[in-house]
Design a binder for this molecule. Structure first.
Ligand SMILES: *[C@@H]1O[C@H](CO)[C@@H](O)[C@H](O)[C@H]1NC(C)=O
Ligand SMILES: *[C@@H]1O[C@H](CO)[C@@H](O)[C@H](O)[C@H]1NC(C)=O
Ligand SMILES: *[C@@H]1O[C@H](CO)[C@@H](O)[C@H](O)[C@H]1NC(C)=O
Length: 249
């Protein structure tokens, strides 16, 4: 059998397994999995600050939605994030803020189990830069925009709080501003507790950042990620359904 045939047949087997709803799990530190229009990654960027383990599972995909989960247990370094198991939207990038007509997203998630004293966020991580493209947290990154739908155990974003209960996209948010390496970080933290069923237009956040925080509308969206950052604790986190897309003007 030629290499080409083997490649095609193993791809076929993988797609068939996914469409039959057979979940695939990754457990290696830096493992990623293609997930339809998304890429699911373990991203253990802060694991050196503690000890633990994590595995992430691709449950299913449809045309624009993905369902996935992650199980983890992390100890030590209670003020440090250990990882960011997340899905990155492959096509949602390369658009200037001024050219975004809308950026609809739906995120329906839950903890199916969680330890006492769990410290973790559930958040979008969105990256802007001067250039059309650039990897998250790279030399091309100029702004990191986080939207925290949950923060457990008294954790806080980087920097300091600059607004209270700011209304955006049908919810209220406490906005934090700080700097990480060479990029600025804006973190919108839900002011009214956990949002398990989020249905919004992310463009409302982008417009607010341009109008009220002085971010230039010529900045490019370089990446949109959605996932969870544990500090310490044990949990089973499930995203039942997630989607995001950018509609250009
Ligand atoms: C983006 O451009 C501004 C203004 O020229 C510059 O100060 C900044 O360093 C640039 N940042 C990146 C990440 O390219
Ligand atoms: C407000 O909620 C509606 C219904 O869930 C949603 O369609 C709309 O996009 C939301 N508005 C914004 C600006 O997010
Ligand atoms: C994740 O944990 C749940 C229990 O909370 C368990 O049912 C499931 O099998 C675990 N998944 C993996 C891949 O270990």
């Amino acid at each position: 059998m030629s290499f080409e045939r083997m490649h095609i047949s193993s791809f076929f087997v993988l797609s068939s397994l996914l469409s039959l709803g057979v979940a695939r799990t990754i457990a290696g530190s830096d493992d990623c999995l293609p997930a339809g229009r998304y890429t699911l990654c373990q991203n253990p960027w802060g694991e050196d600050a503690g000890v633990g383990s994590q595995s992430s599972t691709l449950v299913s995909t449809t045309t624009n939605t993905v369902s996935w989960s992650t199980n983890y247990t992390w100890a030590n370094g209670p003020t440090s994030v250990k990882s960011y198991a997340n899905v990155l939207s492959n096509p949602s990038k390369g658009v200037q803020l001024k050219n975004v007509a809308s950026a609809p997203t739906v995120w329906n998630w839950d903890y199916t189990s969680q330890s006492g004293g769990l410290r973790a966020d559930v958040a979008y991580d969105i990256w802007f830069g001067n250039a059309t493209s650039g990897a998250p947290a790279s030399s091309a990154s100029r702004y990191e925009i986080m939207i925290w739908l949950s923060s457990l155990g008294g954790i806080q974003p980087i920097g300091r709080q600059i607004t209270t209960a700011t209304p955006i996209a049908n919810q209220t948010w406490n906005l934090w501003k700080g700097t990480n390496k060479h990029w600025k970080v804006y973190s919108f933290v839900s002011a009214a507790g956990e949002i398990n069923d989020f249905n919004a237009d992310l463009n409302a956040f982008f417009k607010y950042l341009v109008k009220s925080q002085g971010i230039r509308s010529t900045q490019y969206i370089q990446a949109i990620q959605a996932g969870t950052e544990p500090f310490v604790g044990t949990a089973s986190f499930v995203t039942k359904s997630y989607s995001v897309s950018i509609e250009s003007k």
